[in-house]
Ligand binder design. Structure first.
Ligand code: URA
Length: 306
């Protein structure tokens, strides 16, 4: 059993090296892990600690049942194990027709439409919330993320967790406040997983379903530009085939139905890669955003993270 666990650990290390940070573990694999970890209790303490130390960062401190729980919650599009995450199918994307009228009314209509969307309601966890965009409906800058996480589905607002706190700081570094920009997500619900811990990226079908709601928000707000936060948001806006790696288009202006889009790092990426080099690379994108939005830029701002 010990060699079985170490094989899993080696496989997890291999996946992490190849850039995969989250994995999906099927129910049957979990059963095996459960019995493996029960047997592991019999291992000498030294060996067990060595095995745990080899587990990827986010599950490193977990043991036994806690480890099982965390493994249950991990998921990604590159599934490990035989079955895919519980994703009930989504219907064809909705046809959103905005009413004529004042901006506020159009936005309110759209918000009500999304909050009452049967598919969104079917997918959102019981007791949690659909997440619609927030901010200034007259904003020049529209930040677009991927999908709500645990904090967002609790509060019904995009970017309110740790990534949101960093996004707020990025906005402040630009000389703005959160209320001065518009913030939305490709997805209006948190992609489902068997437990509340962990996140998985939305499927292309899920993103295609929610995209008309995002498009309609752009149509109402009419921002000067959109900042796509991370590869998934960029794929949602530009199409899954538009690029393979974010590196190919990061910091280069793209187009979403006539609105300029600048793809940059997701704040969660910056939380994980907290180096001055990455911060500067993200900041240079935000300087481009400020220039395109015709915002004043001080010398001090130009030199952030140099
Ligand atoms: N990450 C996102 O992409 N969107 C959120 O709303 C929160 C975290």
């Amino acid at each position: 059993m010990k060699s079985g666990l170490l094989t899993i650990v080696d496989e997890l290390k291999r996946l992490r090296k190849s850039g995969i940070e989250t994995i999906y573990v099927s129910e049957s694999s979990l059963q095996k892990l459960r019995s493996a970890s029960r047997s592991a209790e019999d291992l000498e303490k030294r060996d067990a600690e060595a095995a745990i130390a080899s587990i990827p960062e986010n599950i490193r401190s977990a043991k036994g049942e806690e480890l099982e729980k965390l493994l249950t919650s991990q998921a990604s599009s590159k599934a490990v194990g035989s079955s895919s995450p519980k994703e009930s199918g989504v219907p064809n994307p909705p046809n959103v027709v905005l009413p004529d009228g004042a901006k506020e009314e159009r936005w309110e209509f759209l918000r009500e439409t999304v909050l009452n969307c049967p598919t969104c309601n079917e997918h959102v966890r019981s007791g949690y919330k659909i997440v619609f965009g927030v901010g200034d409906i007259n904003a020049d800058i529209f930040f677009c993320g991927e999908a709500p996480g645990a904090d967002e589905e609790e509060q019904g607002e995009p970017f309110v967790g740790k990534a949101g706190q960093l996004l707020n700081k990025m906005i402040q570094a630009m000389g703005l406040e959160r209320k001065d920009v518009y913030i939305g997500n490709i997805m209006n619900w948190r992609p489902e997983l068997p437990s509340r811990i962990g996140n998985r990226p939305p499927t292309p079908e899920e993103m295609a379903f929610c995209l008309p709601y995002l498009k309609a928000q752009v149509e109402v707000v009419q921002p000067k530009l959109i900042v796509a936060l991370g590869a998934t948001a960029a794929k949602g806006l530009l199409g899954a085939q538009a690029f393979r790696s974010l590196r190919e288009i990061k910091g280069q202006w793209q187009d979403f139905d006539g609105t300029p889009v600048l793809p940059t790092y997701h704040p969660s990426y910056l939380l994980r890669n907290n180096t001055n080099r990455d911060k500067r690379a993200a900041w240079e994108d935000l300087l481009k955003v400020m220039e395109r939005a015709e915002m004043p830029i001080s010398d001090r701002q130009r030199n952030f993270f140099l």
